[in-house]
Design a protein around this ligand. Structure first.
Ligand code: NAD
Length: 419
């Protein structure tokens, strides 16, 4: 299987070929502007010192400062952060933000660390990269296994070094640290607004749409709750170890699923059947991908929809909340089969849109209400959807290619203006 960065470059080349992309811009987009790899010496609870590897890829700043999350996982490597930072650059451009793309992480299994060790890893990442990040250079945010608590440690470390309160240095913070209430659910909410738009265009009722979601973290769990609250039927959810599958159309209550996860840590071996409606069974974590449903929402990690399962997918609509869940080869299969794919660079852009709103409010000392923030998000992501749809018509391309073309045209215009 290709690496995430190889997949990203293959997506770029395909879109570039459909629109006669400026050759200089095409060449620029094949490499990050800067890739920082740092050693993080961290004191462990037993008194020993462990060296972790930290990353920050600053892919592209054509449209503005670098923006993108920080991921803690033992799979983090240079290739992955390069790919994720490239997708961030495309995403911010595709939804009309004045931002470039970045991404970072630490190669660590966060479950193997105590809370104190996790805090020391977070602070070490900031100390090592302090010189290259900041509110007017590069503004990180949460991603897989990082959250407002981690952002709180990071912004506190940044403030200590800077000697001044700088809330705009990080987004996705707790409200008490200068964050915005709407950020926690914004990634899912953006995807949900798109799902609602598509449902209305097809003249369907929420109850007629059966939704399966892979991943039950920040993105997946909030999405499950949003669609459930709106009257859709959640027929499957999964985490990295197992899945809950509703065999009939009775559906799963994601709030109860959340309770179970809180108590048992995973769906596996949990007494879920006793807590929820009947006819729910526990399956493998990948079972949700190919289960009988109308809408599939990958919200876990990369490369989950591949040549090995693309033919078996039963959903007619895929909303990619995860980054890079579909390989380019699987994309071709889905396209041929007429499965509509709303690509990651649009589907999960709600997170970076509201992150931008948080940064903007911190920079301008403003505070918007949650409703105001959500409404701005709804308008911004819906406008991007319409603009991309028009390009898909014009260039006769898939939605992914249309989103890339939209982003690349914005970058091309900005470069032309600066020459
Ligand atoms: P998270 O750590 O909160 O949750 C990840 C979930 O995926 C967990 O439930 C985990 O058990 C599950 N998982 C991990 N590996 C899996 C596997 N192989 N099979 C099935 N499930 C697996 O992370 P998150 O913030 O929800 O991010 C999920 C995806 O969404 C990532 O691709 C991330 O880049 C993307 N994303 C998140 C945000 C955000 O604001 N959180 C924004 C944009 C994109």
């Amino acid at each position: 299987m290709n690496t995430p960065f190889e997949n990203a470059m293959s997506q770029l080349d395909r879109a570039a070929g459909s629109m006669q992309l400026d050759a200089q811009l095409h060449a620029r987009l094949r490499k990050p502007e800067k890739l920082h790899i740092v050693s993080l010496p961290v004191l462990m609870d037993d008194g020993s010192e462990k060296i972790f590897v930290g990353y920050r890829s600053q892919f592209n700043s054509i449209l503005g400062l670098y923006k993108g999350g920080i991921r803690f996982a033992d799979s983090v490597n240079a290739d992955e952060v390069k790919a994720l930072s490239f997708w961030m650059a495309i995403k911010t451009a595709a939804v009309g933000l004045p931002l470039g793309g970045g991404k970072g992480g630490v190669c660590v299994d966060p479950r193997s660390l105590s809370s104190a060790e996790l805090e020391r890893v977070s602070r070490a990442w900031v100390r090592a990269l302090y010189d290259v990040i900041g509110p007017e250079k590069d503004v990180p945010a949460p991603d897989v296994a990082t959250n407002p608590r981690v952002m709180g440690w990071m912004v506190d470390e940044y403030n200590q070094i800077a000697g001044v309160q700088t809330p705009a240095a990080f987004t996705g913070k707790d409200v008490s640290d200068g964050g915005v209430v709407a950020r926690a659910t914004s990634t899912s909410r953006g995807g949900f607004y798109l799902l609602e738009k598509i449902r209305q265009m097809h003249g369907k009722k929420p109850a007629d749409m059966r939704v399966a979601i892979q991943g039950f973290g920040n993105a997946g769990m909030h999405m499950a709750q949003l669609v459930y609250d709106a009257g859709y039927t959640v027929v499957g959810v999964s985490d990295s170890r197992s899945s809950l599958i509703s065999d009939g159309d009775c559906g799963i209550d994601p709030y109860k699923a959340q309770e179970v996860k809180k108590v048992h840590g995973s769906f596996a071996e949990s007494p879920f059947e006793n807590l929820c409606k009947e006819r729910v069974r526990i399956g493998n974590s990948s079972d949700v991908i190919t289960m009988d449903c109308d809408v599939l929402i990958p919200a876990a990690v990369e490369n989950q929809i591949t040549v090995h399962n693309a033919m078996e997918i039963q959903a007619s609509l895929i909303i990619e909340l995860a980054n890079g869940p579909t390989t380019p080869e699987a994309d071709r299969i889905l396209e041929k089969r007429g499965v509509q794919v709303i690509p990651d660079v649009l589907a999960n852009a709600g997170g970076v849109i509201v992150s931008y709103y948080e940064w903007y409010q911190n920079m301008h000392d403003e505070q918007w209400s949650e409703d105001e923030t959500n409404e701005k998000l709804r308008v911004q992501i819906s406008d991007a959807y319409m603009a991309i749809s028009a390009l898909c018509e014009e260039y006769k391309v898939s939605f992914r290619d249309g989103a890339f073309i939209h982003a690349l045209l914005r970058m091309q215009k900005s470069l032309a203006a600066s020459r």
